[in-house]
Design a protein around this ligand. Structure first.
Ligand code: DX5
Ligand code: ZN
Length: 226
């Protein structure tokens, strides 16, 4: 049986003056929409808030919204983002002193709980959290900006998370985010990532749907022959 790999284009690289047009240009080739929330504090960039999530949910109720909070003390905002329509809500381990409580709260409030780690953090830190989560987001660049280069050493964390999932009979998905595109998407998926986030590779040059189709084909070939 072929593994299912999901594709989550990041709206960070969409047209900021016309996000709707960018979403429609995907022509439904995607699985999830990845929404990057940045506070200018946890990361050196600022994006948008629950208002955009709620507008997206209203306009596209059938879309799965994958919301990535790159903010300090995310516990203060999880309810707001879930009310706005986040289906999957991911918070950074480094940004929250009571990460277990926050992840539990996300599930209680009705969303899927994700935890993310920066390239500088060890995957070992995630081990106590594995029974309580639905997704791990392994950052493959330092968060804050699109268009950076993939850090290959982060793949090792994905491989460990795959082993731990099997050994512990956990069910979480493994997502990777940053610097993924036509050159390396197949390798990232073969290495164990279940969800590929891509900004620049989808919304950069050319047609987003065609870019995504090309990447999906490469991934499909790689995982079918694995
Ligand atoms: C980076 C964000 C990513 C970003 C990825 O901090 O979390 O989701 O949009 O962009 P690319 O795919 O261009 O590296
Ligand atoms: Zn992201």
């Amino acid at each position: 049986m072929t593994r299912k790999v999901l594709f989550a284009p990041s709206l960070l690289s969409a047209d900021p003056l016309n996000i709707q047009a960018s979403v429609e240009k995907l022509e439904g080739e995607h699985d999830w929409l990845h929404v990057d929330i940045m506070d200018g504090c946890f990361v050196p960039n600022i994006t948008y808030g629950p208002g955009l999530v709620s507008a997206l949910k209203k306009r596209y109720p059938g879309e799965t919204l994958d919301v990535h909070l790159m903010i300090e003390r995310p516990d203060r905002y999880v309810d707001a983002f879930i009310q706005a329509g986040a289906d999957w809500l991911t918070v950074h381990l480094e940004a929250d002193r009571h990460i277990h409580r926050t992840l539990t709260r996300i599930r209680e409030a009705g969303a899927r709980a994700g935890v993310s780690i920066n390239p500088g953090a060890s995957a070992e830190l995630l081990r106590p959290l594995l029974p309580f989560i639905d997704l791990v987001l392994v950052m493959s660049v330092n968060p804050g900006f699109g268009g950076q280069s993939f850090i290959p050493e982060t793949m090792e964390k994905t491989r460990s998370l795959c082993r731990w999932r099997e050994a512990g009979r956990h069910k979480y998905l493994i997502e990777m985010d940053g610097g993924i595109g036509i050159e390396n998407a197949a390798r990232v998926a073969s290495g164990g990532a279940d969800v590929l986030v891509m900004g620049n590779a989808v919304f950069g040059d050319g047609d987003p749907a065609a870019n995504l189709r090309e990447i999906k084909l490469k991934v499909k070939e790689a995982i079918t022959h694995a």
